[in-house]
Design a protein around this ligand. Structure first.
Ligand code: SAM
Length: 241
């Protein structure tokens, strides 16, 4: 999968994404991450890419043309067809695991990062296909949200996680949070690992994990549990717990 991040701060995104699992996936050619500097497409001699908003108001706005040219350069280079372009914006749909799963099917994904007060509406109308927010708060720029998206989507690309199973049973799968996990030692400061996990009994372990997921979701994210499909037995268990 190839990510193209349109940004005024390419070093910020590249520095943040070239370590650990994502960095290794890039060096194994499972992913590519290309940060395109919008400033390279400035059309005046001062290389400025922002200006005052018409009608007044605080702050500056990123101008349409450099953003448009930066996108067109990617389109021309990789596909010669209209690409999927996500504008990171607090006004977008909130990013979810489900969205990440769907976007992980794309071969090319363009992420557009705003800065200052945002971007001239006209270029957004022209190139953006999806508006995505990472939560109901306002950041200074779209770079951290773009990094959040690249990280989340990348780990769903086959081969990126060594053990593909670890992406399978995780929080938000089936609208449940993940069960608690334990590693060595068996006893830490008087706290023991639950007996069932040491039993080697696969079916019992699976049952225990599913119940723990349900309990944890009930406690921490009851809104998710409402959307979760439970068996009759699990429904009774949830009510009693
Ligand atoms: N004036 C804009 C508004 O009120 O909707 C906010 C602009 S914000 C200061 C600057 C840039 O940060 C935005 O263009 C967007 O790319 C990014 N940004 C800020 N908060 C975000 C969020 N919650 N999710 C995704 N991107 C965000």
């Amino acid at each position: 999968m190839n990510f193209h991040i349109l940004t005024l701060f390419p070093e910020m995104v590249m520095n943040g994404l070239n370590t650990s699992i994502i960095g290794r996936a890039v060096s194994r050619d499972l992913l590519s991450i290309d940060a395109v500097n919008i400033r390279d497409y400035a059309f005046n001699k001062h290389q400025s890419v922002d200006d005052y908003p018409y009608g007044g108001g605080a702050g500056m706005l990123m101008q349409a043309e450099p953003v448009y040219l930066a996108y067109k350069a990617v389109e021309e280079k990789v596909a010669k067809r209209k690409l999927r372009v996500v504008y990171l914006s607090p006004q977008g749909d909130t990013f979810t695991q489900k969205m990440a799963e769907e976007m992980a099917q794309e071969k090319e994904l363009v992420l557009l990062c705003g800065h200052y007060e945002g971007i001239d509406e006209r270029v957004l109308e022209e190139i953006v296909t999806d508006y995505v927010s990472i939560g109901d708060y306002v950041l200074t720029g779209g770079e951290l949200p773009a990094m959040v998206m690249v990280d989340t989507i990348s780990r769903l690309v086959p081969g990126v996680l060594h053990n593909d199973v670890s992406a399978e049973f995780e929080s938000f799968q089936d609208n449940l949070l993940e069960y608690p996990q334990y590693s060595r030692p068996e006893e830490w400061r008087g706290k023991k690992v639950p007996e069932v996990l040491l039993s080697g009994h696969h079916a019992k372990i699976e049952k225990w994990r599913r119940e723990q997921s349900i309990l944890r979701t009930k406690e921490r994210r009851p809104d998710l549990l409402e959307k979760c499909e439970l068996t009759e037995e699990e429904r009774e268990f949830t009510q009693k717990a």
